[in-house]
Design a protein around this ligand. Structure first.
Ligand SMILES: Nc1ncnc2c1ncn2[C@@H]1O[C@H](COP(=O)(O)OP(=O)(O)OP(=O)(O)O)[C@@H](O)[C@H]1O
Length: 599
């Protein structure tokens, strides 16, 4: 018996059953019944259909037909995707761009400028921050979609996500872009966020097309970034050989003239850096690694960071900054970070002394109540997971002989190991001092330029130059940082006369406050010292290794407690012991109390 799936239901024929008419609608007419019939034959299902049909079980027949239809559709779908994959594999090439790599930034800018975002249905919405986002304005000029956030007057960025593959046309080639998220564990966060990968497929087998595209994207990026300094950093916990610089900030480029240093100092730094960039061949020929290390040291607020940003802006270098005190940075991540920086960039480590315990730390630890975390030898807990030898390896440039700068800053140069700053690792040490009167005068002139205050000066019959002199003569030499003077000038930024006449009173107040602070610090140290001496006298169990040969006992000072110490961690991640003493202290001024007071 042959089934004729081709007969439509409207002819009152009984195509699916031999046992009589059936009034149900004929779905085969919609789906190409003859083909299904042939398919049924192919799979040997005709006899089943016959039996089912003869038994009147037309539901079963429909189910089987639906099954066949589903199989057909799925097979077709798989075939199509297989075909597309084969086609893509044979006639296209794909480039990957990982978030954190500079090339990712280039390509995102490229896509934004090519208006690929138009087809995007997903956007991140960011309130404007200093972090750079390649966003678009909505309601602005659609032909000019690219917006660097700080240039826009709008307060929101719409950043396309490109998670659905999108096709676009460029220079006579079809390109497809899509983006995938990969899990990355972020430092100190329980939720895991993602670092993205962009896949750019070009339907061509000509490798030069890919290169031309990437070059175009890079050049455009350099051009757009010119008025800014790009600063990369990371807050993700990285594992493995690659490092993700996941945060990008863009700072307006600082004019060199805004940096106030002793005469000729800034020019000499810029010249040195420029000469280094230009001498790549010389370094190669001489067999010297092409890298240069600077150490900027001096009191806080004297312009170390400002100089670095100005230098980077002037020479078009990007900054990659890392904090050694982050507990997720160790030798191998530092190594990976240095390796993943591109040529002509700056590896910046601010406050490099923070990686290692300072003398003050040592004193505080010596006199403070002991912690069970303290090593039995009384070694001060380290602040960073980076070791000195790890850091030396990075500076020696195992991976960085490619026109890279290593710049470190510190407020305490004497805390640094001699090996760290020896010539060859640090090529140039630049000292920053507290402001001279000459610098104070220059700062005043920068705050009150004639161009802006000429009108006021003529109205009030004041001479800005002599006000600047009056201001600077009120500032004692080498006593205040530029940042401190800047703070004062900001408080009277609209009135140069107030600044010049009020500076002496400000100086007196500042010096008085400074003296009080120093006294408080001195008292704190004396109390800690007294506390230590008392402990020594009262048996010496407390400080174990520090007390003339007494054995180390982690619970020594808590011997009157029946409750074990509760351990907390302070802002520097150093353990701070807290006790719940059940007995009253014998003396009011006991060691515990002294320490608590200081806390
Ligand atoms: N020499 C300077 N010239 C111009 N501005 C300065 C100078 N020194 C400090 N400033 C101003 O003071 C502020 C802090 O400066 P900066 O961060 O460069 O100091 P720093 O020496 O790096 O401080 P720290 O050691 O605390 O990092 C900035 O706003 C900067 O504009």
């Amino acid at each position: 018996m042959v089934y004729d799936f081709r007969q439509p239901y409207s002819q009152n024929h009984v195509p699916w059953s031999i046992s009589g008419p059936d009034k149900r609608p004929n779905s085969s007419s919609f789906f190409g019944g003859s083909f299904l019939g042939n398919l049924a034959q192919m799979f040997g299902l005709t006899s089943i259909l016959t039996v089912a049909g003869s038994g009147g079980s037309s539901y079963l027949v429909d189910t089987i037909r639906l099954f066949l239809l589903g199989t057909l559709v799925e097979t077709g779908r798989r075939f199509c995707s297989w075909f597309i994959e084969r086609f893509k594999f044979r006639y296209s090439m794909t480039a990957r761009f990982s978030e954190g790599d500079p090339a990712y930034e280039w390509i995102i800018l490229f896509l934004t400028e090519k208006n690929v975002w138009r087809r995007s249905r997903d956007f991140w919405v960011n309130s404007k921050t200093s972090a750079r986002k390649w966003g678009i304005t909505l309601g602005g000029e659609p032909e000019v979609p690219i917006v660097m956030d700080q240039d826009s007057e709008e307060s929101t960025d719409y950043v396309p996500i490109y998670e659905i593959p999108q096709l676009f046309y460029w220079n006579g080639y079809w390109l497809e872009i899509h983006r995938e998220q990969g899990p990355v564990q972020y430092h100190n966060r329980s939720t895991s966020q993602s670092a993205a990968t962009l896949y750019l497929t070009i339907y061509s087998l000509d490798m030069s097309v890919m290169k031309a595209l990437v070059d175009e994207a890079r050049l455009r990026y350099v051009e757009v970034s010119k008025p800014n300094v790009i600063i990369h950093s990371s807050d993700v916990r990285n594992a493995g050989p690659s490092f993700t610089w996941n945060k990008v900030k863009s700072k307006a480029r600082r004019p060199l003239s805004s940096i106030i240093l002793p005469r000729g100092e800034l020019d000499s730094i810029i010249e040195d850096a420029q000469d280094f960039i230009d001498s790549e061949d010389w370094y190669m020929e001489a067999g010297i690694p092409h890298r240069r290390g600077y150490l900027l040291y001096g009191p806080p607020g004297t312009g170390k960071s400002s100089t670095i940003y100005a230098l980077a802006g002037e020479l078009g270098l990007e900054i990659y900054t890392i904090s050694l005190s982050s507990d997720y940075i160790d030798d191998s991540t530092l190594q990976a970070a240095a390796s993943s920086m591109p040529k002509r960039s700056i590896l910046l480590i601010e406050d490099i002394d923070c990686a290692f315990a300072s003398r003050e730390d040592e004193e505080d630890t010596l006199f403070a109540p002991p912690s069970p975390f303290m090593h039995p030898n009384g070694v001060v807990p380290r602040r960073s997971a980076v070791t000195l030898s790890g850091l030396l390896n990075i500076i020696d440039g195992v991976d960085s002989e490619e026109g890279k700068f290593f710049i470190a800053t510190t407020n305490y140069v004497d805390r640094l190991d001699a090996a760290l700053i020896r010539p060859g690792r640090i090529d140039r040490k630049i000292e920053y001092r507290l402001a001279t009167q000459e610098q104070a005068q220059a700062l005043f002139t920068r705050f009150f330029p004639t161009s802006r205050f000429a009108h006021m000066a003529s109205e009030k019959h004041i001479d800005l130059a002599s006000l600047a002199e009056q201001f600077s003569s009120g500032i004692p030499e080498d006593t205040f940082s530029i940042a401190e003077l800047q703070g004062f000038l900001l408080s009277c930024k609209k009135c140069p006369l107030d600044a010049a006449t009020g500076v002496q009173l400000w100086v007196i107040k500042e010096l008085e406050q400074r003296r009080e602070r120093e006294e408080r610090e001195e008292t704190r140290k004396l109390k800690l010292k007294a506390a230590k001496e008392k402990r020594d006298v009262s048996g010496g169990l407390g400080m174990g290794p520090f007390v003339n040969g007494s054995p180390y006992s982690p619970f020594g000072p808590f011997r009157n407690s029946i409750v074990p110490p509760i351990l907390q961690v302070d802002g520097l991640n150093n353990p701070v012991p807290q006790t719940q003493t059940l007995e009253e202290p014998a003396e009011e001024d006991g060691p515990q109390e002294a320490a608590t007071e200081v806390d």
